[in-house]
Design a protein around this ligand. Structure first.
Ligand code: HEC
Length: 322
């Protein structure tokens, strides 16, 4: 789930220190030819917002990969008929909802990337077997898809909530909503959601109070009704970063994106931004700005580079870029 992932990403960003804010920028290198004479610039940039995406795998084939490599020697998967585990490892039956598929691929390719304290060996490493010499890339893709498909049976398929429309982004069929807490699912925040079908956006405008339903597996809003709403929607809430109490949080991170809306009465800016490496996935989200005067002169569509003060949970610097 994108939303859980967001919180996980923030927590991760705070515990790791692998922030490279300039990853999305284009760098120009000068390369020498074989003759060592001619020099010409080569662009080595990748698109803004680029991130590694696993190809689509086959969960059913992935289950046979799981058996072939005897992952069940350590991992229990409740609801499956695998042999009893012999060693201790996380139970996987609910994993699908907790992380993106790339996280599972990394767990398998490089178990040492993230190791919960309770599972660390005496040397601080993961006790998980290294499969990189034995597994084909196809097997990795499928077994990751299998783990990503594991969800508790009774998980809700849809959740409903109330909020206020901040902006409509027709080009990407997105709606930016400021909403209250969605119990057990997501904190109160301002965020962009994909809408399916896009025609749901018709007749909506900024400021409308709405009730909406999110289809969780689809990661999209599938139903929107205009108010009257039962409980008054809050004014836009600051973006909620969880885990801010972690040790030595990264103080600031820099992102780039496009202005979707400015909300002067709550001193917020809504930006559609690329991945902020090690901190947050690419997404459309509202952030408080401090001081509010940073909003002056900004409008829809402006490309901006912004600095988030992590402990403050606010954008403290915005520059327009080309
Ligand atoms: C020798 C025991 C062992 C085997 C075999 C093993 N694992 Fe693990 N695995 C662990 C332990 C211990 C952890 C927790 C520490 C860590 O994250 O590395 C773990 C973590 C994971 C995680 C991350 C879970 C989380 O909570 O984030 C995934 C996903 C995973 N394993 C999948 C697999 C798959 C798929 C296989 C088979 C191809 C496999 N494991 C085989 C011991 C094992």
């Amino acid at each position: 789930m994108r939303f859980r992932v967001l919180l996980a990403a923030i927590t991760l960003a705070i515990s790791s220190h692998t922030i490279s804010p300039f990853s999305a920028l284009a760098f120009k290198h000068t390369v020498k030819t074989a003759q060592n004479v001619e020099k010409r610039p080569v662009e080595t940039h990748h698109p803004i917002g680029w991130r590694f995406t696993m190809p689509k795998g086959d969960p059913a084939k992935g289950k046979t990969v799981f058996e072939k490599f005897e992952c069940h020697y350590c991992h229990e998967v409740r609801g499956e008929q695998f042999p009893e585990p012999v060693e201790s490892a996380p139970e996987l039956s609910q994993m699908g909802g907790l992380h993106p598929v790339e996280f599972f691929a990394e767990s398998i390719m490089n178990p040492n990337a993230v190791v919960p304290k309770t599972y660390r060996d005496a040397d601080g490493k993961s006790p998980m077997t290294n499969f990189t010499e034995k597994m084909t890339v196809k097997e990795l893709i499928d077994v990751s898809a299998y783990v990503a498909s594991l969800r508790p049976k009774g998980a809700p398929k849809t959740v409903s909530a109330e909020g206020q429309v901040i902006a409509i982004v027709s080009e990407s069929s997105e709606i930016v909503l400021s909403h209250n807490e969605i119990k057990g699912f997501m904190d109160a925040m301002t965020m962009g959601y994909r809408v399916e079908p896009p025609s749901l956006l018709e007749g909506l405008k900024s400021g409308d109070k709405v009730r909406f339903t999110i289809d969780v597996p689809k990661k999209a809003i599938v139903k929107i009704e205009k108010g009257p709403v039962l409980a008054a929607a809050t004014s836009p809430q600051p973006a909620q970063g969880s885990g801010a109490a972690g040790a030595e949080p990264q103080k600031t991170v820099v992102g780039e994106g496009k202005v979707v809306a400015t909300v002067p009465n709550s001193s917020q800016i809504v930006v559609e931004h690329g991945e902020i490496k090690g901190f947050m996935e690419a997404m459309t989200m509202g952030y408080p700005v401090d001081p509010p005067s940073l909003l002056e002169g900004l409008k829809f569509g402006d490309k901006v580079r912004f600095t988030i003060d992590v402990p403050k949970k606010a954008i403290v610097k915005v520059e327009k870029i080309k």
